[in-house]
Design a protein around this ligand. Structure first.
Ligand code: HEM
Length: 534
């Protein structure tokens, strides 16, 4: 088209582009001004000083200087893809969530896989937990199932999360090791945190060095609630099962791959999807009622425990297919903001103290990372269903209320109102008790499921666990820490403890550990626990 003697071309979306006389698109500033020369700054003469008047140069450098945003405080290294979730059959008996209402219903999805400890530029095959974060753009708002590839967690209460992560990441004085758990501080914290023992068994197993994201399971970890139209609740645990099955690499392979191709998992997902080899997972749920919860030998609110699939068989409810890579890594994978508190009507929380803490942390961290309360205006985070509210202004506001009234109720007849029929109604769980900082007695057994996991492994897999523990603990300089970990292993499996203790060259085996978290006084008084002074 020609407008005012200027040649313009129309792009695929109907937008207009300025074109040069050679037919290329005209390079412009961010303000749309056409650029004459992008190779040389504006100077006086050929060797003269650069002029501050050069607005094109200043804008270009200014923007470049501000390209970085904080990386995620955990799970910094990740890779994501688009796809969809397809529901198998109506689940109305259990939940009124619309995405589960009809057979064959497809809900758009965005899934980000990640490692936990390493920074954004770390390597893919670290021995680590993998994040498995799923954003489902449902017709009733976004549902984020922010899970991991391991069904339990290190700690039982969110108040310990900063300590855990500080201990996992590089040590604050020397700033290493990056992206791996084999160091004093990590094992120091673990050895003083008996509740982490079940998770440690998983992290030392082959699960923590997956062959690729496509061969991993995913778990919502916590017990959630389904709530149906009659406000009846059923407890639910969510599990993702990879269609390709589970596969891991060997530790020696992981070490070589990290050296040869630190982007191994990224490349695998990219290549698979670009070649039409779409990875798929089945969503399965474990459903149970209060009676089951009361009779189960562990507390279903304790995130360091699973409900074994042999005891409660998971039911398949749908499939997740990843079939499209993001067009831009930063815009989508980096800016996506997962938040456990994003649940549609029909899915609700339990009192798991880790989940309750997460529900605060994720909203809070997104403001820090993305810089504005308007991070939901970024397309990857915006709902794909109709939405309307009176939130306004703030940095980078892209949408503001339309019309005279920006509050409700109002007598202008403007804007949205609440809905008794459709609105999210929290499950009316009865609560009572005194305020206290207590941990229930039902959370106290830290070893039985760690043992169950270990004995469920094949002989080869058990050897891998022993080798991983030996390798990791051999990097730990302080003998007290090694001994404390072996003391915990004695409560899990004496053979395993014996093998690890022997390979580490312990002079004598310690006594089995006490399951209570040692106090400062315990550490001072007990030679076995001995506080680390250096
Ligand atoms: C990030 C899972 C516990 C705070 C993540 C991510 C996953 C995840 C998958 C990465 C999301 C992404 O790909 O962008 C889990 C699981 C947990 C757990 C399964 C336990 C069952 C916690 C706890 C806290 C926490 C207890 C804090 C109290 C965070 C924060 C981020 C994060 C702050 C960074 C989010 C961002 O910057 O986008 N978590 N997490 N997590 N998690 Fe957790």
């Amino acid at each position: 088209v020609k407008i005012h003697d200027q040649m313009l071309i129309r792009g695929e979306g109907g937008e207009l582009h300025q074109i040069t006389d050679t037919g290329d698109e005209v390079l412009t500033t961010a303000q749309g001004g056409p650029v004459l020369d992008d190779q040389n700054t504006l100077k006086i003469g050929s060797n003269g000083p650069t002029l501050i008047e050069d607005f094109h140069f200043r804008e270009k450098i200014f923007h470049f200087d501000h390209e970085r945003i904080p990386e995620r405080v955990v799970h910094a290294r990740g890779y994501a893809a688009h796809g969809y979730f397809e529901n198998y059959k109506p689940l109305a008996k259990f939940t009124r969530a619309d995405l589960f209402a009809r057979a064959g219903e497809k809900t758009p999805a965005f899934v980000r896989f990640s490692t936990v400890a390493g920074s954004k530029g770390s390597f893919d095959l670290a021995r680590d937990v993998r994040g498995f974060a799923v954003k489902l753009y449902t017709q009733e708002g976004n549902w984020d199932l922010v899970g991991n590839n391991i069904p339990v967690f290190f700690i039982q209460d969110a108040i310990k999360f900063p300590d855990l992560i500080h201990a996992v990441k590089e040590e604050p004085d020397r700033a290493f090791p990056q992206a791996q758990s084999a160091h004093d501080n990590f094992w120091d914290f673990i050895s003083l945190t008996p509740e982490s023992m079940h998770m440690i068994m998983w992290v030392m197993s082959d699960r923590a060095i997956p062959r690729s994201f496509r061969f991993m399971e995913g778990f919502g970890v916590h017990t959630f609630r389904f709530v149906n139209a009659k406000d009846e609740s059923t407890f639910v645990k969510f599990l993702w099962k990879p269609k390709l099955g589970l596969q891991s690499v060997l530790w020696n392979e992981a070490v070589k791959i990290n050296g040869a191709d630190p982007d191994f998992h990224r490349r695998d997902l990219w290549t698979a999807i670009q070649s039409g080899n779409y990875p798929e997972w089945e969503l399965q749920v474990q459903l149970f009622d209060q009676e089951f919860a009361d009779e189960f030998e562990f507390d279903v609110l304790d995130p360091t425990k699973i409900i074994p699939e042999e005891i409660l068989a998971p039911i398949p409810v749908g499939r997740l297919v990843l079939d499209r890579m993001p067009e831009n890594f930063f815009a989508e994978t980096e800016q996506v903001a997962f938040m456990t508190q994003n649940v549609p009507p029909g899915i609700d929380f339990s009192n798991d103290p880790l989940l309750q803490g997460r529900n605060f942390s994720y909203l809070d961290t997104q403001l820090k990372r993305l810089g504005s309360p308007n991070f939901t205006h970024i397309p990857i985070n915006a709902p794909k269903c109709p939405f309307a509210h009176f939130q306004q202004d703030g940095h980078m506001a892209m949408r503001n209320p339309v019309g005279r009234a920006n509050y409700q109720p109002n007598s202008h007849g403007i804007g949205p109102r609440e809905s008794i029929a459709k609105g999210f109604r929290s499950f009316a769980e009865a609560e009572e008790g005194q305020k206290a900082r207590l941990r229930p007695e039902s959370f106290a057994d830290h070893y039985s499921q760690a043992r169950q996991f270990f004995v469920s492994q094949t002989v080869g897999e058990q050897q891998h666990i022993a080798a991983a523990l030996t390798f990791e603990l051999s990097k730990v300089k302080l003998p007290e820490i090694r001994e404390r970990v072996v003391a915990h292993l004695l409560n899990i499996d004496t053979d395993l403890a014996g093998k690890v203790g022997q390979k580490l060259g312990l002079a004598k085996m310690p006594k089995p550990a006490d399951a209570a978290v040692p106090t400062r006084q315990d550490l001072d008084e007990s030679p076995a626990l001995s506080i680390v002074k250096n």
